[in-house]
Design a protein around this ligand. Structure first.
Ligand code: NAD
Length: 269
């Protein structure tokens, strides 16, 4: 814990499992107050918030329910956060899901759900965050930026993914959302970046790591030869939210053990 985020408040969406949980925990350990957003299973989110808030190295934490694809619910979550903690300094739209199908078998519902959660959900959260940043104004004693947005993207913002076109399209779109927000609001000292995880051991991709055979196959895609863990993303997010990374804006940080370096080519001559 570095206490780099003391006095700040962070909303992490989809924080009741996997990467979101690790990000919420790392941000809390750096001194920020944390909103552990969840869509279902309040007891899990409450437990995570409780663990963060009883750790005396951490800021305070509360769990707030919200389906990030619903405008009224996202607005209510921000209102509740501001009522409780006073403002929002860091927004990490992380909630995401997959609804896999080959394209010719993909229903409009499968397409729409993934776009609604992974893309529209991130737009709605970023929009409310920027509204709050502009309302509050800069507090130089707290942070050099007026506010920070960290979109959770994926290596599939650049690696095409057969059988997952809806997911890859949602993550590809995050690049332009994030970069456009940066271009639009950097003059007001908003920092907007993305983290693009590679293969991280969480419930979303269990079939890819649950057997030794699957893990061997997966490692062929990872030059560093180990699957990522949620804490790999947590530490990147806490640093990216802090003033240590102040001059980083409009960038995607790949946290992927080299997955985006085309490991297949190591054996192709
Ligand atoms: P996960 O399934 O453990 O976590 C996703 C979370 O989002 C869950 O807690 C889920 O309840 C929540 N969620 C889903 N729909 C929601 C909604 N409508 N409103 C609020 N919350 C909702 O998976 P994860 O791996 O931790 O994924 C987190 C993010 O990281 C996702 O955006 C995912 O695309 C991205 N990602 C993961 C990997 C990986 O290898 N695990 C790789 C690249 C990107």
């Amino acid at each position: 814990p570095n206490n780099r985020l003391a006095g700040q408040t962070c909303i992490v969406t989809g924080a009741s499992s996997g990467i979101g949980e690790a990000v919420a925990t790392a941000i809390g350990l750096d001194g920020a107050n944390v909103v552990v957003n969840y869509n279902s299973h309040p007891e899990i989110a409450e437990e995570i918030a409780h663990k963060i808030s009883i750790n005396n190295l951490c800021g305070d934490a509360i769990a707030i329910q919200c389906d990030v694809s619903k405008e009224d619910q996202v607005q209510a979550m921000f209102k509740q956060t501001i009522n409780h903690f006073g403002t929002v300094d860091i927004c990490i739209p992380n909630a995401g899901l997959q609804k896999d199908a080959t394209l010719h078998e993909m229903s409009l519902a499968d397409w729409q759900l993934v776009i609604d959660v992974n893309l529209t959900g991130q737009f709605l959260c970023a929009r409310e965050a920027i509204r709050e940043f502009l309302r509050r104004g800069i507090r130089p004693e707290i942070s050099k930026s007026i506010g920070k947005i960290i979109h959770m993207s994926s290596v599939h913002q650049i690696i095409p993914w057969a059988g997952h076109a809806n997911y890859a399209a949602s993550k590809g779109a995050i690049v332009m959302l994030m970069e456009s927000i940066c271009q639009e609001y950097a003059p007001q000292k908003v920092r907007c970046n993305s983290i693009a995880p590679g293969a991280i051991k969480t419930p979303i991709n269990k079939p890819a790591w649950e057997t030794p055979e699957a893990l061997t196959e997966l490692n062929k895609l990872i030059p560093y030869k180990r699957i990522g863990v949620p804490e790999d993303i947590g530490s990147a997010a806490a640093w990216l939210a802090s003033d240590e990374s102040e001059y980083i804006n409009g960038t995607t940080i790949f946290v992927d053990g080299g997955m985006t370096c085309y490991p297949g080519f190591t054996t192709n001559g």
